[in-house]
Design a protein around this ligand. Structure first.
Ligand SMILES: NC(=O)c1ccc[n+]([C@@H]2O[C@H](COP(=O)([O-])OP(=O)(O)OC[C@H]3O[C@@H](n4cnc5c(N)ncnc54)[C@H](OP(=O)(O)O)[C@@H]3O)[C@@H](O)[C@H]2O)c1
Length: 328
């Protein structure tokens, strides 16, 4: 297991989360698992949203065992299905009459094949962005409720340095019902070199995470809402992401595991989302991660401004219109 360099000192700086209700997607491993464990340890009521699996059951058992005093709930939510997301939101509403103080849209998949979901969208775009757009829309009344009583609530999205590759232009076709028809699975060389259609679909989904944050931030500001929109990236973190990618044919497990030797730990990678979720100094419209450039792969999370290649009116409008159309 990779050693955490920065997380222990970072963890000590985090404030109490007592009295706060936190909803996180994708907590079976990786950054989401660290975030759920951390905020539960800080006193929050935590709802973890995962698709049903042995990984979901065993990770929840470990999280509750590690945090015996925390109120934790496991909610079934498969981000490959809009019906499942709507049903998860219904469960959250029944469990959280007090509202939701933090929604962390963390879950993700990387470089999967050219596959359509049951709703007809690209599996990466629906899992990584469209279902999180829907979940956020469904939980907005609870976020507004918490913001009114506590003075603020937060939506935290999880992007990547992949947003910087290669075109930096969000394209409508990736947000439309074109699943299974977005370039195929690429060659072995393309897949190994982070090029080709699998990676293009991942890049677009991670660009969508950042553009969604920009669009939300502007909307909140215009409406005078006390809900904040923030986004993070983990650099390169040794999680299960690379293995899931290998399981779907993007590369070999050997290469995925070899690459992880050069990554920082999942804990260090979680500092970006945790900064956005917990730090009092974090502000709406900020991006947190180990630097803003393409080589920002490790280190403490620091804030930087949303970038103009997605924080512009045309991209924000495109993201919003296409996402609303998709989940309608
Ligand atoms: N690790 C990195 O270097 C890196 C770099 C840049 C960005 N990120 C981003 O960080 C976020 C967290 O990833 P990670 O690195 O921590 O990877 P991870 O360990 O694979 O965690 C991903 C989580 O997403 C969940 N998930 C995947 N498909 C889902 C679905 N259909 N419905 C519900 N949950 C689903 C997984 O659950 P299952 O057990 O059900 O698969 C898992 O809990 C992702 O958004 C990723 O894009 C990671």
């Amino acid at each position: 297991m990779t050693t955490s360099k920065h997380f222990p000192a970072f963890r000590d700086r985090l404030p109490s989360m007592e009295g706060k209700t936190v909803v996180i997607t994708g907590t079976t491993s990786g950054t989401g698992n660290v975030a759920a464990d951390t905020v539960a340890g800080l006193g929050a009521k935590v709802l973890v949203l995962n698709r049903e699996s042995g990984r979901s059951a065993s990770s929840f058992a470990l999280l509750t065992a590690a945090n015996p005093d925390a109120e934790m709930h496991k909610v079934e939510c498969d981000l490959q299905s809009f019906d499942s997301v709507r049903s998860a939101a219904e469960t959250v509403r029944s469990l959280c009459p007090e509202g939701v103080h933090v929604l962390c849209n963390n879950a993700g998949v990387m470089a999967l094949g050219d596959q359509a979901t049951v709703d007809g969208f690209d599996v990466q775009m629906q899992t990584n962005h469209l279902s999180h757009f829907l979940l956020t829309q469904e939980l907005m009344p609870l976020l507004e409720l918490a913001a009114e009583s506590a003075g603020e609530a937060r939506v935290v999205n999880h992007s990547s340095v992949a947003r910087l590759r290669p075109s930096k232009v969000l394209m409508a076709q990736y947000l439309e019902r074109n699943g299974g028809n977005l370039g195929g699975d690429g060659t072995r060389v393309q897949n190994m070199m982070f090029g080709g259609p699998r990676w293009m679909r991942y890049n677009q989904s991670k660009l969508a995470n950042a553009a969604f944050t920009a669009a939300l931030h502007h909307r909140f500001r215009e409406s005078g809402s006390k809900v904040m929109a923030l986004v993070a990236h983990p650099g390169y973190a040794a999680t299960h992401l690379q293995q899931t990618s290998a399981d779907h044919g993007s590369t070999s497990s050997v290469l995925a595991n070899f690459g992880n030797r050069f990554a920082q730990s999942a804990e260090d990678g979680a500092m970006g989302i945790l900064s956005c979720m917990c730090l009092p100094e974090a502000e709406s419209g900020q991006f947190w991660g180990p630097g803003s450039g393409a080589s920002a792969m490790r280190g403490p999370a620091e804030p930087f401004a949303l970038e103009s290649f997605y924080d512009n009116e045309a991209t924000r409008e495109l993201l919003w219109a296409k996402s609303e159309e998709a989940v309608a």
